[in-house]
Write a new protein. Structure first.
Ligand code: KIV
Length: 294
């Protein structure tokens, strides 16, 4: 018996998505959708779009905070943004991304930090990067009641050891390690695994070997679900667009056009018009004039 909170939109009752829903979707062959969010309004829009899951990704560091990579993002940054997202979205499964050095140094620090995402920030689960080297931390988190999502392939927190943001698993020996890592993570109890920037044939193979769903980003159509960074999808981050991103809108241009129109209106005294102004009633104005004339 599940106790899943329900939320109403336009008269329609929708069910809270859980890690169990992820498993069932994979079993039924239904694709899982996931997008990133870092703030309240975006979380609301994603919820209304009936996306299954929101990842509060540490991509926050690059697309919102303006860092070159995800390494400077802290636990406090993540918790702050997770709290905003959890206030905006009720139905999707909410996953908080564990930032660099919040889980790598020792297992118990990792478990405590993972717990903060659920206890303080309203997340339903956490995600962390890495393969077999994370096995113990994942096992202890799951035993503590914290649902964990794995992330293998291109793992941006290892950008310095990988020698840049590059596709992984293109060579047979590397690919074999990724298959083994996926199976180890499943064995330790993850409820799903993000596969980032790996060849499409490899992610299809990994997906077929796992009972838990794979969520791909730059990993082809053979994954059980797909995730994109929302700022890439809506064209709000204009610094660069990875090859695997499909841009569905250009919000950056829409925002810029609106801002230019505002500047022109202000310069031409077309804004604010009467419609955007507040007026005193005539009698109050006359009273004021009389007062000032005294
Ligand atoms: O931080 C993030 O947004 C991610 C996704 C790219 C999967 O990890």
């Amino acid at each position: 018996m599940t106790t899943t909170p329900l939320k109403k939109y336009g008269g329609e009752i929708r069910k809270k998505i859980t890690t169990r829903s992820f498993r069932l979707k994979k079993k039924r062959g239904e694709a899982i959708t996931m997008l990133t969010a870092y703030d309240y309004p975006t979380a609301m829009a994603i919820d209304k779009a009936e996306i299954d899951s929101i990842l509060v990704g540490d991509s926050l560091g690059m697309v919102v905070l303006g860092y070159e990579n995800t390494l400077p993002v802290t636990m406090e940054d993540m918790l702050h943004h997770c709290k905003a997202v959890s206030r905006g979205a009720k139905n999707p499964l909410l996953i908080g991304d564990m930032p660099f050095m919040s889980y790598q140094s020792d297992v118990w620090t990792a478990v405590e930090n993972a717990g903060r995402f659920l206890q303080e920030a309203g997340m339903d689960a956490v995600k962390l990067e890495g393969g077999r080297e994370r096995a113990e931390a994942i096992q202890k988190m799951v035993l503590a009641g914290i649902p964990v999502m794995g992330h293998i392939g291109l793992t941006p927190q290892s950008v310095n050891t990988m020698g840049g943001f590059r596709a992984q698993g293109k060579k047979a020996d590397q690919a074999k390690i990724l298959v083994e890592d996926a199976l180890i993570l499943e064995e330790e109890g993850v409820f799903g695994i993000v596969l980032e920037a790996v060849p499409a044939q490899l992610s299809e193979l990994i997906s077929s070997k796992l009972r838990v769903p794979t969520i791909g980003i730059g990993a082809g159509v053979g994954c059980d679900g797909q995730v994109l960074v929302t700022h890439d999808l809506v064209g709000q981050f204009d610094k660069f667009t990875p090859k695997f991103v499909k841009q569905y809108a250009n919000i950056h241009n829409v925002m810029q056009e609106a801002m230019i129109a505002f500047r022109q209106d202000v310069n031409q005294k077309d804004f604010p018009s009467d419609a955007h102004s507040i007026f005193m009633k005539d009698e109050e104005w006359e009273l004021l004039m009389a007062e000032l004339d005294k």
